[in-house]
Ligand binder design. Structure first.
Ligand code: CTP
Length: 400
């Protein structure tokens, strides 16, 4: 999303200005071109030379500079830019923005800017919570400025509270999410993804589970969010961190997954069911840990769980349903059978016995099958690329 994006970064004189240096570095690493405009106060804290070296461009500071990089610099900068970010944004610059004041190069550039402006307020909690600042922020929001809320934690003044400039990586994620939501090719879709394995309790200590890591489902959720979709990720237990900017619902059992999925099903456009769902549960879940008794084995009676995807298939209206089929034999026949039985639009089939495919691997070897019998075979590739390929098809199908 940031590749080739032209960003004017406005830097004001908050103590967090040192983080703005790293922000320039992170934005350029992500493929953006960055030009920095500093307020006079910011130059007291970090030298313009630092920003010049990191951004690869001269830093604009002074309205009255004898040799500006551009003629009528504030106008040229905003014409060049796709987007403006102000980080850190002090109470002072926020006040000037809300008051329409343009008394230096930075505030004049901001006032001239017709492109989206994202601001990252950073200041002491007391200042941040003052009605003047809050009202100014509200005013800017009402005018269409995008505001990234400050983080909470240790502040330079020695107190703990709200007002920290978020870490540069979080600002980059915020900007990417904003761009995805406004420009991403899936921005009109709400996509429900299920991931990881469900677990069925036997007693307070033990459960029936499976080998799913969640990697495939999490990759789909991330790729969909990066392309602007509103993503709801319903996941069984996994060591993976949910991707930023997805709505995350954590569940454990198949019944809990079914309940969570049905809660949102009517309002989603697409369901991608990558979860490995436990087909059976123990009829009796003991309240206490089951103890070994003599040399006898242990008999567990299992009841069948609902087939979530089949239920979704029966209730299907506008939704595009994508299932997964993890097989160890007769891949194509088994997968084709599941398409029919579950009323799917597509199934992603993989033979989990192949090297580089299936549980816990970072790659997968899959085939896409469709209700009309068509089959597309993909090479072994990272799960992130499989995710993109699935979403490309979803994009096409959702246009029809
Ligand atoms: N699935 C589901 N609910 C279940 C079982 C499976 O929603 N109780 C979904 C999975 O998330 C997957 C698809 O159905 O998208 C196929 O799952 P899979 O485990 O391969 O097949 P099953 O239908 O369970 O059949 P079998 O275990 O006999 O292969």
């Amino acid at each position: 999303m940031l590749t080739g994006k032209k960003i004017v970064l406005g830097v004001t004189g908050g103590i967090a200005v040192y983080k703005a240096v790293d922000l320039v570095s992170k934005l350029t690493q992500a493929g953006a071109q960055v030009r920095v405009v500093m307020s006079e106060a910011a130059t007291k804290l970090v030298t313009p030379l630092t920003f010049k070296e990191i951004s690869g461009h001269a830093v604009a500071i002074d309205m009255w500079c004898a040799n500006p990089e551009f003629n009528v610099e504030h106008i040229a900068l905003v014409e060049w830019a796709d987007l403006m970010i102000i980080a850190p944004a002090t109470a002072n610059v926020i006040g000037k923005m809300a008051g329409g004041i343009a008394d230096d190069l930075l505030t004049t550039t901001i006032l001239a800017c017709q492109k989206p402006i994202i601001i990252c307020p950073a200041m002491n909690s007391g200042m941040y919570n003052k009605p003047a600042v809050q009202e100014n922020l509200q005013k800017l929001k009402d005018w269409g400025t995008i505001i990234m809320p400050p983080a909470a934690g240790h502040l330079a003044c020695g107190t703990i509270g709200i007002g920290r400039l978020p870490e540069p990586i979080a600002i980059v994620e915020f900007v990417k999410h904003y761009l995805a939501a406004t420009e991403g090719d899936l921005r009109d879709l709400t996509i429900l993804v299920t991931a990881a394995g469900t677990r069925e309790a036997i007693d307070p200590v033990r459960y029936i589970g499976n080998r799913s890591s969640g990697k495939m489902g999490y990759a789909v959720a991330k790729a969909a969010a990066d392309r602007g979709a509103k993503v709801i990720l319903v996941s069984g237990p996994s060591v993976l961190k949910p991707p930023a900017s997805v709505e995350f619902i954590s569940i454990e059992s198949t019944q809990q997954m079914l309940d969570a999925v049905l809660e949102v099903y009517d309002d989603v456009d697409v369901v991608i069911k990558a979860a490995a769902v436990a087909d059976y549960r123990s009829r009796k879940v003991e309240n206490q840990k089951i103890k070994k008794s003599g040399d006898e084995g242990l008999n567990l009676v299992l009841d069948k769980n609902p087939d979530i995807l089949q239920i979704l298939g029966q209730r299907k209206k506008q939704q595009i349903l994508v299932g997964f089929a993890a097989e160890t034999q007769n891949l194509l026949d088994n997968a084709q059978e599941k398409i029919k039985k579950k009323n799917l639009d597509m199934i992603v089939a993989n033979d989990v016995t192949l090297p580089g495919a299936g549980f816990n691997a970072d790659t997968n070897v899959v085939k896409f099958l469709f209700p009309d019998g068509q089959v597309t075979s993909l090479e072994k590739m990272p799960k992130s690329e499989v995710a993109e390929a699935i979403l490309d098809i979803v994009r096409e199908k959702s246009k029809k």
